[in-house]
Design a protein around this ligand. Structure first.
Ligand code: DGJ
Length: 726
């Protein structure tokens, strides 16, 4: 078992192939964190709970004999509020007396093979119980009777674990949950940097690195979605850690709503890291006997640098997060009409897209926004999910038949959580959108957000979707979400439950997505939120790929894709070649090959030369699919650190294939580029597909290869494919 309990010392040890995570049940049943880091064989780590002295002003517990112990400085596994620990708390419950003193202590535990699901929430899963081991630890606040079940699951082979919490109101009084963080880790030092991903629409997930400083440092969302602006990812890494060296601890929340990732350096220079639902804007009324589940936090540790941290996330998500038919099989290469036509298209026009697509070897046509209701601009129509037959020139089934008859699959766009002010649905049900009484509703993109905390609203929307999707063969659905939540309230909830709306909205979205995936198990779902505004593991549980950004400029995409790859695998990143002005089609294709590849343009406008390039790209897509989608990513030259070039490499699991891509962002003065590959087998020999030269893995990794100077200019790029001699 990868989780052991030493009943004498009352120590839990959770091991993976590369990490150990250790905590102790201390005097008075305090749950004291001891160690998280490189794998160690023993559990003789009880001294790690001390901070070198006892600080005045820090409270201690009269019943604990150990004078050095104080809840304020001792590392804690699930710290409460207002009971001696002044650092950021993981758990705060306002009890029926009106105070929020909270303090849960160990009661009992069980350890078992496998991993339980979380009711109503996406989470990592196992197919066989031998893939993970779970510790379920019951803790209780003896004054209020509120219980917290702490779940720790260890993915032994992958160097990863997950944490989540189930709160049970085991009392006879109603309580108010104020903070239920999913994880808390107390590090012994603050000799770390914090990595986070910030951005905005069109420029998502830029990497930001800061030294930890005394006090609190927080990234979060209170937009109702995980957001373009901060991603629910954060890492704590050794100062100066690189792609290949240094301790790296990655955190990622399986949640698509308001989140918080926060680190606090305390008086003794220890660092507390918490992650979970953002307490700002959150509250939950928990009646006697009721249960509340936190979302799941994923934790990855490696001693081998930031690159290996990312690869562990990628392996973990490919195997234990992505689900369904499209998990392991090749996804269709698609063409989407949005950038070419906007909403101004006709069925006949899209049939010509499909005809050209067929000639070029593309598999699927995706009809984007504008096919329903009175949707000819973004001012109207959302919520009226009835097919605009006039625009399509017939029923949807007739239109799809025409596309399918060409040998092309068909995909469709939806924005199910939204309602236009100018829509029949809004006229019929003005109270179905999120709003608060007496306050003007902020409008964004001329639309409001539907109140998905309401079952009747969800039932109606799902019913309308089902009617359309079941009339013909729809192979793919793009689920979009184009504004954030304001004036957050629900007409269906009483005043004292309005604080629940943010979280209930997310649960409602997951409910509809769950129904959709069950009703149409073969349909590929691509998530989207004005590009990558909801690029998070919660969404990946329902949709194996997400449209990474509305920005399809290949040079700007470099930082977006590098940042996204911090924890999300290539197979999850929707990446399309578009008609944007910068760079030629070669570089557009080379950059888009990183993700789930496609086109987003009018194929009728291709020149003969462009058609030739596209046909080559289609072949490359098939040839390199496995190494990109299932291989290991090495970020070789980061556009966050180098203004001239970016380079990355995929290596197959068996190390028999490697695909190197290098993009010249701005031609540097030193034009020669010796690029050293990574992750190969030093003892294998590899053929360079382009030159037929044979090199050892050792040579390619230590000396590198010289990429050509001839013809290099701003925006040019190279792909080199290496295959081992068997
Ligand atoms: C935002 C998406 O990111 C685009 O790809 C497109 O689907 C539009 N919405 C449609 O309104």
């Amino acid at each position: 078992m990868s989780i052991a309990f030493d009943s004498e010392k009352r120590i839990f040890k959770l091991d993976t192939a590369t990490s150990s995570y250790i905590f102790q049940i201390y005097e008075q049943d305090y749950i004291v964190h001891l160690y998280y880091g490189a794998k160690i064989p023993d559990n003789n780590v009880v001294g790690l709970k001390y901070r070198g002295g006892f600080p005045s002003f820090s409270p201690n517990n009269i019943k604990v004999d150990d004078w050095m112990f104080s809840p304020d400085v001792t590392p804690m596994e699930y710290p409460g509020e207002g009971t001696g620990d002044f650092r950021i708390s993981a758990f705060a419950v306002r009890n029926s007396d009106g105070n929020n003193s909270t303090d849960v202590r160990y009661v009992s535990h069980k350890i078992y093979a496998g991993k339980p699901a979380i009711d109503g929430l996406p989470a990592l899963y196992v197919e066989n119980d031998d893939e993970a081991t779970t510790l379920e630890l019951l803790a209780e606040d003896s004054v209020t009777g509120v219980q917290a079940v702490l779940y720790f699951t260890v993915f032994e082979k992958l160097g990863a674990m997950t944490r989540s919490v189930k709160v049970i109101n085991n009392s006879d009084k109603t309580v108010q949950l104020e903070r239920v963080m999913s994880t808390c880790v107390d590090f012994h030092t603050h000799d770390y940097e914090m990595l986070t991903l910030y951005g905005r629409w069109g420029k998502e997930r830029s990497l930001e690195r800061r030294a930890l400083a005394h006090g609190r440092q927080l990234v979060s969302s209170k937009r109702g979605s995980s957001s373009h602006h901060q991603n629910p990812f954060g890492a704590i890494v050794d100062k100066g850690a690189t792609e290949d060296y240094g301790n790296a601890y990655g955190f990622n929340l399986v949640y698509s709503g308001n989140f918080a990732f926060e680190a606090e350096v305390n008086q003794f220079a220890g660092t507390r890291v918490i992650m979970g639902i953002n307490p700002e804007g959150f509250g939950w009324t928990l009646e006697p006997g009721s249960v509340f589940n936190s979302p799941e936090a994923v934790m990855v540790y490696t001693p081998d640098g930031i690159g290996e941290m990312s690869r562990i996330f990628h392996r973990l998500y490919r195997k234990h997060l992505i689900r369904g038919k499209w998990k392991d099989i090749k996804r269709p290469l698609l063409i989407n009409n949005w950038e070419a036509t906007g909403m101004d298209f006709t069925g006949d026009q899209l049939v010509t897209f499909a005809q050209r697509a067929k000639e070029l070897g593309i598999d699927m046509l995706v009809m984007d926004d504008g096919w329903f209701g009175d949707r000819n601009s973004d001012r109207s129509g959302l919520g009226d999910w009835q097919v605009n037959e006039e625009k399509l020139g017939g029923t949807l089934a007739e239109f799809v038949d025409k596309i399918n008859a060409l040998g092309i699959k068909f995909g469709i766009w939806y924005e199910p959580e939204m309602i236009s002010r100018d829509s029949n649905l809004y006229r019929a049900h003005p109270d179905w959108c999120i709003h608060v009484p007496g306050r003007e509703k902020s409008i964004a993109r001329h639309q409001y957000v539907l109140d998905y905390s309401r079952q009747d609203v969800r039932d109606y929307i799902f019913g309308e979707m089902y009617k359309v999707l079941s009339t013909c063969k729809i192979d793919y659905l793009k689920w979009d979400f184009n504004r954030n939540l304001t004036e957050v309230g629900s007409a269906a909830l009483p005043a004292d439950r309005q604080k629940e709306v943010f979280h209930r909205f997310v649960l409602g979205t997951y409910d509809v997505m769950d129904r959709l995936t069950k009703a149409f198990p073969d349909m590929l779902i691509e998530n989207c939120s004005g590009g990558g505004g909801r690029f998070d593991p919660g969404m990946l549980y329902f949709s194996p790929q997400i449209w990474t950004s509305d920005n399809t400029d290949p040079l700007e995409r470099l930082t977006i894709q590098f940042g996204t790859s911090m924890c999300y695998p290539a197979s999850t990143m929707g990446a399309h070649v578009s008609a944007c002005r910068r760079t030629g089609y070669d570089t557009k294709g080379n950059v888009a090959l990183w993700g789930s590849f496609g086109y987003e343009l009018d194929p009728n406008k291709f020149t003969d030369e462009e058609k030739r390039i596209v046909k080559r790209q289609v072949k490359e897509y098939h040839k390199y699919y496995d190494v990109i989608h299932f291989g290991d990513l090495y970020r070789l030259i980061s556009p966050f650190e180098n203004n001239n070039r970016a380079a990355w490499e995929f290596v197959s699991e068996d190390k028999n294939e490697a695909l190197l891509t290098c993009v010249v962002i701005s031609r540097p003065a030193d034009t020669a580029l010796f690029i050293k590959l990574k992750g190969l087998d030093p003892d294998k020999y590899y053929v360079d597909d382009e030159t037929d030269e044979v090199y050892s893995g050792a040579l390619l990794m230590n000396a590198g290869i010289c990429l050509p100077n001839e013809g290099v200019s701003d925006g040019s790029s190279f792909i080199r494919y290496f295959k081992s001699l068997k």
